[in-house]
Design a protein around this ligand. Structure first.
Ligand SMILES: Nc1ncnc2c1ncn2[C@@H]1O[C@H](COP(=O)(O)OP(=O)(O)OP(=O)(O)O)[C@@H](O)[C@H]1O
Ligand code: NI
Length: 307
């Protein structure tokens, strides 16, 4: 049984346009992912592809104008709003993408301590600060006194001391130096090895590959591929979806060739396969309907042509 399952998740936003007309933008459509105990799943994809919204949907912290459909389960039971509230920060911890999630009016040592659920909170906070190379003086500081990197390490500390079984880390490493990144990632690995699970949302495919078991590739609000990390190797022969292949080939150490065009905006999604307008393999059939996710070679792909 998966520890966390997301099935057919769709999220739309109600927006008011000129003349107080309402429009609905579907920003996530028919998204499926699952997380097994002991596993790190890296979620990669372009800016605006819906990665943070997935995190917020799981935690139940989407803004009020969002409507959500689909089913999410945690340890086999449905994640209702009441359950999300009860589990948030306790069994499911978020490392948010923005450091603005820190409480500006509380000293950071205290903020980290309030996340500790069992044992000596002061000791736990001091231990985790040491691991993240935050000096003893930092615990008495307010968030505005921290550098960007210190604030990130504080957010990581908060999730790490919480005793959660699932950590959802939304771009946890930008602005950190390579040593701290390596450290943070190895903490995630350690955490997963204890039987917990991590969803690591990141732009940094290369770092993700060093520790992740599985990779979910997002495009325009949905998953296009779920693959084992090992599949991202060589020329990308084992990668299933043309978009994930293109992402892989665009890396500096590979061909370093960006794909042409851009991801569609939620207000102007193309018919059929969302990637078809940029895809070299596209045929008229691709424009008929959005392909379903289907199993392929021990992974999943949303493309009718993938082999
Ligand atoms: N409150 C909102 N109202 C309307 N649209 C929103 C809202 N929040 C996000 N969106 C839209 O939803 C889409 C997905 O946003 P999301 O923040 O999940 O992207 P992301 O993949 O996390 O991007 P990044 O890598 O830049 O963090 C974007 O097109 C964004 O403009
Ligand atoms: Ni994001």
């Amino acid at each position: 049984m998966s520890i966390l399952e997301v099935n057919h998740l769709s999220v739309s936003f109600k927006q008011y346009t000129a003349g107080l007309k309402q429009s609905h933008h579907k920003v996530i459509s028919d998204l499926n992912v699952n997380l097994e105990a002991g596993e790190i799943l890296a979620v990669v994809g372009a800016s605006g592809s819906g990665k943070s919204l997935l995190a917020h949907a799981i935690l139940g912290i989407l803004p009020a104008n969002a409507s959500v459909s689909g089913v999410m389960t945690y340890e086999g039971e449905e994640l209702t709003p009441a359950r999300q509230k009860a589990l948030r920060g306790k069994e499911i911890a978020l490392v948010p993408q923005s450091v603005n999630y820190l409480d500006p009016l509380m000293k950071v040592g205290k903020q980290v301590r309030t996340s500790v659920q069992t044992g000596d909170a002061v000791q736990a906070q001091r231990r985790v600060f040491e691991r993240f190379r935050l000096g003893r003086e930092v615990e008495r500081m307010y968030p505005f006194q921290l550098s960007g990197g210190m604030a990130r390490r504080t957010l990581l500390s908060t999730a790490m001391v919480s005793g959660a079984k699932v950590i959802i880390a939304d771009e946890p490493t930008p602005g950190l130096d390579p040593v701290v990144i390596k450290e943070a990632l190895s903490h995630f690995r350690e955490f997963a090895n204890q039987g917990c699970a991590v969803m690591l949302i990141t732009h940094d495919i290369e770092s993700a590959l060093q520790i992740a078991d599985k990779i979910a590739v997002f495009y325009a609000g949905t998953t296009v591929e779920i693959a084992k990390a090992e599949d991202f190797a060589g020329q990308g022969e084992a990668i299933r979806h043309p978009y994930s292949k293109a992402l892989w080939r665009a890396l500096p150490q590979n061909d370093f060739v960006p794909i042409t065009g851009s991801q569609p905006h939620p207000s102007a999604l193309p018919p059929g396969c969302l990637f078809a307008p940029r895809c070299a393999m596209a045929t008229p059939e691709c424009l008929q309907a959005q392909p379903e996710m289907r199993p392929l070679r021990d992974g999943m792909v949303r493309c009718i042509h993938a082999t």
